[in-house]
Design a protein around this ligand. Structure first.
Ligand SMILES: Cc1cc2nc3c(=O)[nH]c(=O)nc-3n(C[C@H](O)[C@H](O)[C@H](O)COP(=O)(O)OP(=O)(O)OC[C@H]3O[C@@H](n4cnc5c(N)ncnc54)[C@H](O)[C@@H]3O)c2cc1C
Length: 413
């Protein structure tokens, strides 16, 4: 189909099916509808999101560039960009699927077995199943290879014991992409395996954690003798680190392009409302708004280039970390600007002032962008070492068996 016609049809479909990007409608995508206990959905937001994803998929707009044989549309980046350009005027209620669409799904497309792709990709794209990413632990965030959750071989599969934390949307998840330690006799990066875990399996406990926005964006998860069948290994046993690097690459690209973490959806609406109320005749205010626009546009173009390279088979590698770092810095720039423009209105607003509440939410969420998906310091380390070829940090534990590391403690033995 001609691209103009594709875009016209997308515009029509969105007009009929998606909420407009107005301050009122933005709440439909906001995480407040998704908080609550494990499996609960008090605001009905998850049910609305699932139903919307099914319609999006059936209309041919979910997984636009994903391979057709696994349930995607098999179209090109041109169609994806055309749809995104039209969708920018709306707030699509897809936040709860952001981890699956941005990280877990692309990892399965790259590394999964055919039966895994056949089983999991279509339900993910159609919103029938929600995914979470189970990497970080209380003592393994930046240094995720130091994780201690153990998967022990058993008849027909693995038994998992341990704890994860910071797990976004896990209170609603059906499946999780888990990184676990399967061998403590080798150095920390070599004894890991990636597994698909059923979040409804016996022994999985999900506890939502409330952050400073007052909402539960992430959770802590406990695994207590959880059985995972052998066919749920992603990649090879012991090769979990290279699988995790693939996921992290997708994570950084998806966050910087606004798919992962869902954060970008909330912000433009709040900041747009603020821009309207700010004194744009003031040359200083104008100057800062122009800088915001230039930085946003430059990042969008950088993301577009990385996405084009990826589709063309050129691995963007550590430059994805540069894009993620730029987004985190842009988000803080926006937040500082908004705070200085709004003054006391950034922290106090009338109960019936929806825009004020949304602005406060966006401002308290802004620092999370510098943590989730890897901190700014870690992104700078990666860019320094792998893009600029600066000398690497000393790594004294690289060749030491995990069980002999002081940080691994008793749990590793
Ligand atoms: C909103 C949000 C959502 C998240 N969602 C998920 C999720 O779905 N799944 C998941 O697995 N994880 C998730 N995370 C976890 C996230 O990946 C970690 O928070 C992050 O990697 C940092 O780890 P940490 O919090 O343990 O901090 P630490 O690693 O303890 O770091 C503490 C501080 O030390 C600095 N630091 C550490 N090492 C170095 C170094 N070598 N050089 C310089 N500075 C260093 C860090 O930059 C940071 O400032 C999420 C986090 C947030 C905030």
């Amino acid at each position: 189909m001609d691209l103009e016609e594709y875009r016209r049809q997308a515009r029509e479909w969105l007009a009929a099916n998606a909420p407009r990007d107005t301050p009122q409608d933005a709440s439909q995508d906001a995480p407040q509808d998704l908080e609550g206990g494990a499996g609960s959905d008090p605001g009905g937001g998850v049910a609305v999101a699932r139903e919307f994803m099914a319609r999006l998929y059936d209309a041919g707009y979910s997984g636009i560039t994903w391979p057709k044989e696994w349930g995607g549309q098999g179209l090109t980046q041109a169609e994806e960009r055309a749809f995104a350009a039209e969708a920018a005027a709306h707030t699509l209620p897809t936040y709860v699927f952001s981890i699956g669409l941005g990280m877990c799904g692309p990892t399965l497309v790259d590394l999964g077995t055919d039966s895994q792709r056949r089983r999991f990709i279509r339900p993910l794209l159609r919103g029938e199943e929600i995914w979470c990413q189970l990497f970080s632990e209380p003592a393994a965030g930046s240094d995720v290879a130091a994780l201690q959750t153990r998967a022990t071989a058993t008849d027909g599969g693995w038994v998992v014991d341990g704890q994860k934390v910071w797990t976004s949307v896990a209170q609603h998840a059906d499946w999780g992409l888990l990184l676990a330690r399967t061998d403590v006799d080798v150095p920390k990066h070599k004894g890991l395996t990636m597994l698909i875990v059923d979040m409804h399996a016996p022994g999985v406990t999900v506890r939502p954690l409330r952050d400073m926005t007052g909402r539960a964006h992430f959770n802590e998860i406990f695994f207590d003798g959880v059985h995972i069948p052998a066919e749920n290994v992603v990649g090879r046993v012991g090769d979990g680190w290279s699988c995790a690097v693939t996921t992290l690459l997708h994570e950084r690209l998806s966050i910087s392009s606004g798919v992962g973490m869902g954060g970008q959806k909330d912000n433009p609406v709040a900041f747009e409302a603020l821009r309207r109320s700010a004194d744009t005749a003031d040359p200083v205010v104008r100057d800062r708004l122009v800088e915001l626009h230039i930085r946003s546009r430059a990042l969008a173009l950088f993301n577009q280039r990385l996405a084009q390279e990826t589709r063309a088979g050129v691995f963007p590698g550590a430059r994805g970390s540069a894009a993620k770092l730029l987004l985190a810095e842009l988000t803080m720039f926006q937040a500082d600007l908004a705070t200085s423009l709004a003054g006391p209105g950034a922290v106090a607003w009338d109960e019936d002032d929806d825009a004020g509440g949304r602005l406060a939410h966006a401002l308290s969420l802004a620092p999370a962008m510098a943590l989730g998906g890897g901190t700014n310091e870690i992104m700078r380390n990666i860019v320094g070492e792998r893009v600029l070829n600066l000398p690497p940090e000393p790594r004294t534990d690289k060749n030491v068996p995990f069980k002999d590391l002081r940080t691994s403690g008793e749990a590793a033995r």
